[in-house]
Write a protein that binds this ligand. Sequence first.
Ligand SMILES: *Cc1c(COP(=O)(O)O)cnc(C)c1O
Length: 467
Amino acid sequence: MTSFQSELFPGSDDRRARNSVLEESLEAGRSHVVAAHPEVLTVDWKEHLAGFDFESARDLTDTIEWVIGSLSTGIVHMTHPGYMGLFNPHPTYPAECADRIAAAFNAQVCVYSHAPAAVEIEQHTIAMICARLGFSTPGGHFTSGGAEANETAVLCALTRACPEYGEKGVPAFSGSPTLYVSRESHLAWLKIAHAVGIGRKAVRLVETDGAGRLDPEALESELARDRDDGCVPVLVAGTAGTTNAGMIDPLLDIHSIARSANIWFHVDAAWAGALIAHPERARVLKGIEEADSVTIDAHKWFATTMGAGVFLTSQPRLLEEVFRVQASYMPESTPGTDLYVSSNLWSRRFVGLRLFLSLATVGWDGYAKMIDHGIALSDQLAEGLEAAGWQKLNASPAAVVCLLPPPGFLPVGKIVERLQENRRFWLSAAAYEGRAVLRACITNGRTNSEDIDELIHLLSSIGNDSG
Ligand SMILES: *Cc1c(COP(=O)(O)O)cnc(C)c1O
């Protein structure tokens, strides 16, 4: 008998012992998280890292402890209640559990026959989201994130507009293909245009309406001008939850323009798509049910761990056209159930389990309550600062506020610098309709109203201190 003994594959007893040590170290590491901002990495730390030359073996537990210690001070902490930054969440505990389970079995989700239970769990979750959106034909899959989901939308749009695109590429079009998003959209669109071969200049950044939303009249005139110039418009995407200000584009107007122009209508709801969990607040997404495709990130307001997006489409047949492939070594493929022939990835992690477990644990209503909490805290922050002379400029129906300091205060950039020195709160500088604002996005489920009071107090003192 030849057997292989290695610390890479410890036995059950050994694993259990290590698991409990790992659990202890993680809890200790988490309790050391005292600030949202990282400490500067020291020369000693970098030397320690360089010492891992991989020539000699090291004890796993020691290395794990070093890594956890490093992370507890060496990264921006989205788990800290003072993190009010970009759309990164404090992950849900069920999502953390899901990551662990996915890792333990390492299900290969790319072919149905390899992981029927996992694929069914993912597809069930997708179908439930589609039902929530109001799609009559559910379709879609989990992605690595919003950027991949948006790219999938562009590939579908190009293929729908010109079925030959798949074989011949852009030259199959009668003119340059173009796509339309607002200038407040997420600029992953530029990278996507580059990657799919239509070029960055194909992205039309349509004017906004003075309130951070795509201006439908500007969209119509850009479309008309491009058509006159011989371009071939293929897609318009409305953003639901702009990055700077959490604004929702006029989806119904965009839908009717897309229909008369006969182009693909996508809704990029990467962040604010989570509002579908909340029946009243979801009304601001009216029009999303008409979309050909929708992006929602599980790892944003649904607060799963990082690397979990969702692409949803009411036209799943196009996915099979875009991602078709035949490989002799793969099991016979069934489009629609075998994800490697209907999505961008090949090998696939069981990513959807994170959202499934979270939704199963608290239901849509549990998420609705989390959303209410974030919006209530955003209102508290805005009202508290308005009472001190600040001005809230954006009217987002979600949990992002863009705040203009009172006259005589430090400029926004300086305020953000002071916050960084203080390390307790992470907020960003942003631009809203051409003005510099302090931006706060409150989606951390563990931030509370005392944190907000403390932030208001801190902002008043640093903002006033012009020294
Ligand atoms: C975050 C975001 C993206 C990009 O998504 P990733 O998950 O970071 O790839 C695209 N669009 C919008 C509106 C976003 O908020």
